[in-house]
Design a protein. Structure first.
Ligand code: UDX
Ligand code: ADP
Length: 482
């Protein structure tokens, strides 16, 4: 079968998905012009910054890929209509957050940005355009996109070319922090659609670097549902291991030993069994809630409840950790300094969407704690935005409690290193598994803290013996033996 020749791609949305995905396509297909567009001027300016450390998305290896392709066949701009008009293929990679109000609030995806994109494509596209859903979308969104596009199709008139569309679903499975590796050697690429020629055109693009047996073709609905299901299964494993971690802490078992024991059963497998402060990120919670909404919509309340509990357990795990910190610190953290090490939802990303640190910090601020927060990649302005609280200036470690501390008001400030973050603190909470937290010299850090002091290791990254020999007390997620 002959595919449509694809010479020009437009990607709408220069976020965590659109930016890295298009950079890799441009890198691997130098003959295709790839134009990434976004309404957000600041974001586009950052993608065009000559200083590659200023790219708006932090991903290991992304700078090198962008450096090779940018200016050659990869551009970033705010010229959305012109890029759509020039494109043979348009990827929709815009945000689809959970709705905050109206029908389905708290569960359904807010599709206003996808719909706006579809309308813009309908208005500006020329000739035949293949429209690819890249954003994670609720099942049957392609129908919405397709009906908008179909209404804009027209036969050739007055010497102008006919206008027509094909819609494909091509969900992205990259995980943040390993996006470039996941894009360069994916476990699979999924393409759902009805028009075999359009499917072939997209498959040929991936075929430049992905082996053909890894390119799976399905119908549109299976493709959309597979993405939600993959994320729901992964999240379910995390809630399962976190539920067992709580039990381990009461029984003297160690969740890592349990994970190793069950993970060596090839039917279970060893990945995604790390207990921690619960899953964060832009996908897991949103996608499960989406699934829950769909199940209720289709009259399957028991199936909806089943999946909803995966999210409920995750929320419980985060509150459990904050409760535990309060309990160990003699039942109160009011006015106490606590060091939060890590704010991103996982290591190797600057993304804080749904980060467990947000809920845990909120709980502790509510209790009147004074939080020093350090993350090697997260901008303090982002922390202020997530906590909905402006930063205070760091108090003098030697001085007594600040007035805010005495009044029981929770405050936070941004640390610039682990040492200045833990200074004067009663406890250090490790919430992100950054590499540098694995190598901390607790013997040197302990004297900076107010004794008796604790290390709460929600990611199990410290060496328990090293912490204990520094005289600090230790809680480690899922460890009933410490
Ligand atoms: C996820 C999916 O992995 C990816 O396929 C999809 O495209 C988008 O959603 P992402 O959210 O970027 O990717 O990161 P992931 O590595 O899956 O981690 C999600 C959360 O689960 C993080 O907060 C992480 O810390 C947590 N996690 C992961 C655990 O707590 N334990 C584990 O064993 C694995
Ligand atoms: P994701 O993690 O799915 O990539 P992000 O929020 O990081 O999500 O990125 C989505 C991007 O899409 C944002 O930069 C936003 O400005 C952009 N966007 C949303 N709607 C439109 C639109 N109609 N046209 C162009 N860009 C859009």
């Amino acid at each position: 079968m002959t595919a449509f020749p694809i010479r020009n791609i437009c990607c709408i949305g220069a976020g965590y998905v659109g930016g890295p995905t298009m950079a890799v396509i441009a890198d691997r297909c130098p003959q295709i012009q790839v134009n990434v567009v976004d309404l957000n001027e600041a974001r586009i300016a950052a993608w065009n910054d000559l200083d590659l450390s200023k790219l708006p998305v932090y991903e290991p290896g992304l700078d090198a890929v962008v450096d090779r392709a940018r200016g050659r066949n990869l551009t970033f701009s705010t010229q959305v209509d012109a890029a759509i008009a020039a494109a043979d293929m348009v990827f929709i990679s815009v945000n689809t957050p959970t709705k905050t109000k109206g029908l389905g609030a708290g569960q359904a995806s807010d599709l206003r940005w996808v719909e706006a994109c579809a309308r813009q494509v309908a208005q500006s596209a020329q000739g035949h355009t293949i429209v690819v859903e890249k954003s994670t979308l609720p099942v049957r969104t392609a129908e919405v996109v397709r009906s908008i596009l179909e209404a804009a199709q027209r036969q050739a008139v007055d010497g102008e070319l006919p206008i027509s569309f094909s819609v494909l679903s091509n969900p992205e499975f990259l995980a943040e922090g390993t996006a470039i590796r996941d894009l360069e050697s994916p476990d699979r690429v999924l393409i759902g659609g009805e028009n075999p020629v359009a499917i072939q055109s997209l498959a040929e693009i991936y075929g430049h670097w992905v082996p053909v047996e890894k390119i799976l073709l399905t119908n549109l609905w299976s493709s959309e549902l597979s993405k939600l299901t993959a994320n729901a299964f992964l999240a379910q494993r995390i809630s399962s291991i976190n539920s067992v971690a709580a039990l381990c802490e009461h029984t003297g078992a160690d969740v890592r030993e349990v994970a190793r024991a069950i993970g060596s059963d090839s039917r279970i497998g060893s990945k995604f069994l790390e207990a921690g402060p619960g899953f964060g990120g832009s996908c897991f919670q949103k996608d499960i809630l989406n699934l829950v909404y769909l199940c209720r919509h289709f009259g399957l309340p028991d199936v909806a409840d089943y999946w909803e509990n995966v999210v409920a357990l995750n929320t419980w795990q985060q509150h459990r950790i904050s409760r535990l910190v309060v309990q160990k610190l003699f039942g109160t953290v009011t006015g106490k300094r606590l060091a939060l090490l890590g704010f991103a939802f996982k290591a190797d990303t600057n993304d804080t969407r749904e980060a467990p640190a947000i809920r845990i910090a909120h709980d502790l601020l509510e209790e009147g704690a004074q939080l020093a927060i350090y993350d090697p990649k997260v901008d303090p302005q982002q922390i202020a935005f997530d906590l909905q609280l402006a930063a205070s200036s760091p108090p003098d470690v030697q001085a007594g409690p600040t007035r805010a501390a005495l009044s029981g008001e929770g405050t936070w400030w941004s640390g610039t290193s682990v040492a200045d973050t833990v200074a004067g603190a009663d406890a250090a909470l490790i919430l992100t598994e950054w590499h540098e937290f694995r190598q901390l010299d607790w013997v040197a850090l302990a004297p900076l803290m107010r004794q008796p002091a604790w290390v709460f290791d929600a990611r199990a990254v410290v060496d328990p013996e090293a912490v204990k020999s520094s005289g600090l007390m230790l809680w480690r997620v899922g460890d009933g033996a410490v």
